[in-house]
Design a protein around this ligand. Structure first.
Ligand code: NDP
Length: 400
């Protein structure tokens, strides 16, 4: 069917690459291009004997648009799948525009120095992508990603209007370390140490970090504490889903994680302000990342399950209705299949599916779009096929 260039070769990319290689009919060729080429080569060595997908590798600095343009021109992919960090979104989008290549990512652009998740920078590219006749699919991970597909599916099949959405992200996994993050520590800590927020009646309501706590009993996991966070898909879903009055995002955290985080925060280790250390400028949070366990190393040690989904409340045929769509994923099953834990798995699988939707022309619209703006049905079908089956509950316990 076609060729895909995958940028980045970390936790999420590794899963997406495994999945592309399982799906050789669509992904005839992939190029893995990242900052550290040896990681790309190691993955190629492991996977090439197992797949018909032809794997190539390259070194690239994705902060440099010219380098990206040269690489895209030499490989000529149908789609670029950006699985580097959110800081690279705009340089990669610029390179896609210059080469008229479709673009897919899993996280919205964030400037290095502000820790603020907003779509405004990427939405500003709408007209340029439309004119170039190419698609940018934003946020094709799990959250954002599957949560948007779930919302579009609920809207299409179950509701006339959706008034309330609660997105619940539960990781019931245990890696045995007192403190480690399940994906890129810098991105993760920036996310959880920021102020919380949710949207009510069209306005953002801000909370202190971790101010709002609820307890929820998750199927497959059990009872967990969860906290309200700011999350990027709230912004797009509030605009794209009809009738929204309130939309919130909750994530579970264990007490040990929160105690360590508080301590690290109190001593200044989570700061993104550069400081001088022995004559060299360092960013405390980047230094912390260097001493924490590599998320990729958590795979063999993590046991338990994740349960991520959305509880919807709204109206159907004039009557009140509630509906819960979720996926349960087992850390050890993921590790057996692709050598990664479930947090990378639940992001890498939808990343492959998003790229597949664009490569096969199943989703075809020129411009910049969030995932819930496309027909959810083929994506929902692909989730069942490619390892993230979903479950539904028509009488869920609600979050107050
Ligand atoms: P990792 O840190 O494991 O991987 C990032 C990869 O990008 C690394 O291989 C890194 O290279 C590479 N990279 C970083 N900077 C550059 C650069 N300038 N040029 C080229 N390559 C670069 O992160 P994750 O895999 O955990 O996360 C990947 C993305 O997925 C992030 O954007 C994250 O926010 C997103 N995400 C989305 C989720 C969702 O549900 N939507 C959930 C989890 C993550 P090197 O190997 O040299 O370090």
């Amino acid at each position: 069917m076609g060729k895909c260039m995958i940028i980045g070769c970390g936790g999420v990319a590794s899963v997406a690459i495994h999945k592309c290689c399982q799906n050789s009919d669509v992904f005839e060729g992939i190029m893995i291009a990242s900052r550290t080429k040896s990681k790309c080569d190691a993955l190629k060595e492991k996977l090439q004997p197992t797949t018909k997908t032809v794997i190539e590798t390259a070194q690239v600095n994705a902060d440099n648009t010219d380098e990206l343009i040269a690489l895209i021109n030499s490989y000529k992919p149908d789609v670029v799948l950006n699985l580097a960090l959110p800081y690279q979104d705009l340089t990669i989008m610029d390179a896609c525009l210059a080469t008229k290549t479709h673009y897919v990512d899993t996280a919205n652009y964030e400037p290095l120095d502000t820790a603020k998740f907003e779509y405004k920078w990427q939405w500003a590219y709408r007209e340029k992508f439309e004119k170039a006749g190419i698609t940018a699919l934003l946020g094709s991970g799990f959250d954002p990603g599957v949560t948007g597909v779930f919302s579009a599916y609920a809207m299409k099949h179950e509701f006339d209007e959706i008034n309330y959405i609660d997105i619940l992200d539960c990781n019931g996994g245990d890696h045995g370390y007192p403190f480690a993050t399940n994906f890129n520590p810098e991105i993760n800590i920036r996310e959880v140490s920021a102020k919380g927020s949710y949207i009510q009646d069209g306005k953002w309501i801000e909370t202190e970090p971790m101010e709002i706590k609820r307890v929820y009993n998750f199927k497959g996991v059990g009872e967990k504490d969860m906290y309200l966070l700011h999350h990027e898909e709230l912004e797009s879903l509030a605009l794209n889903i009809k009738g929204i009055k309130r939309i919130r995002f909750f994530m579970t955290f264990g007490q040990s994680y929160l105690t360590h985080l508080k301590c690290l925060e109190n001593v200044g280790m989570t700061s993104i302000e550069p400081i001088m250390y022995e004559g060299k400028e360092i960013v405390p949070l980047q230094f912390l990342k260097a001493v924490l366990p590599d998320p990729a190393s958590l795979g063999p040690r993590t046991v338990g399950k994740t349960n991520i989904g959305c509880i919807f409340r709204g109206k159907k045929d004039g009557k009140d209705k509630t509906y819960y769509l979720y996926n349960i994923c087992d850390h050890q099953e993921c590790y057996k299949e692709v050598g990664s834990q479930a947090v990378s798995y639940t992001t890498g699988v939808p990343a492959m599916i998003g790229a597949m939707m664009i490569m096969t022309g199943t989703w075809k619209k020129a411009g910049v779009y969030n995932i819930e703006e496309f027909d959810p049905d083929p994506f929902m079908e692909a989730l069942n096929k490619w390892g993230l089956p979903w479950e539904e509950d028509f009488n869920p316990v609600l979050v107050d």
